[in-house]
Write a protein that binds this ligand. Sequence first.
Ligand SMILES: Nc1ncnc2c1ncn2[C@@H]1O[C@H](COP(=O)(O)OP(=O)(O)OP(=O)(O)O)[C@@H](O)[C@H]1O
Ligand SMILES: [Mg+2]
Length: 209
Amino acid sequence: MVQQVVTIAGLKGGTGKTSTAVNLAAFWSASRSTLLIDADPNGSASKWHQRSEGGLGRCVPIQQAPMAMAQSWEVVVMDTAGGSRDEQRTYAEGSAFVLAPCPPAASSIEQVIDLGELLQQAQARYAVVLTMVDQRRAQDASKARELLERLGIPVLSTQISLLSAWPKAEAAGVSVKDARADSGRPDPGASRAWKQVAALAAEIEERLT
Ligand SMILES: Nc1ncnc2c1ncn2[C@@H]1O[C@H](COP(=O)(O)OP(=O)(O)OP(=O)(O)O)[C@@H](O)[C@H]1O
Ligand SMILES: [Mg+2]
């Protein structure tokens, strides 16, 4: 079994790393053995998993990763803390693929350009995914994509929309597929968000093989 580490990276906080990591791991868990490593000392992925009471598969803090990785997993997803270039470089070196979520906002784009340079130097296989894309401001995402591509930074064609299903899923300890609105009914954006997770997973798989 081939073990491939997919690291969710970023030099900045609040770009959607944990949301992406938890949901990608949940998606892959359905079809292959998947381990989620929480490398963020804040432990947000671990807390999300604790709320799920086992419903989202296996998640371990980074300290327990060496022991957990002694088992064979088909996919290992790693959530990282925003910041530290050295840390991001080290993680990239141990990864088959690095994914950098980036909302289409100036400060996030600047940071992802910086990260792109770092990952290129480290010769990592990586790509940016535009996330928290507000459909009413679709132009922002197109402009961000154009700029990044002009700089030679690979951007996946899948985009993750800004949808309430994401914070709802986090609060409930479920994947976005099972997010519910305050009324208790399925969140109206849940299936759209999950389709985007599936499309993102497929694009990453293409780049892994
Ligand atoms: N596509 C989305 N639509 C709406 N809200 C989102 C989306 N993705 C993430 N969020 C929300 O944005 C916030 C930040 O997301 P998240 O915690 O995943 O980012 P992060 O990069 O892991 O942050 P940190 O650097 O603090 O670890 C959370 O409240 C999350 O629910
Ligand atoms: Mg996080």
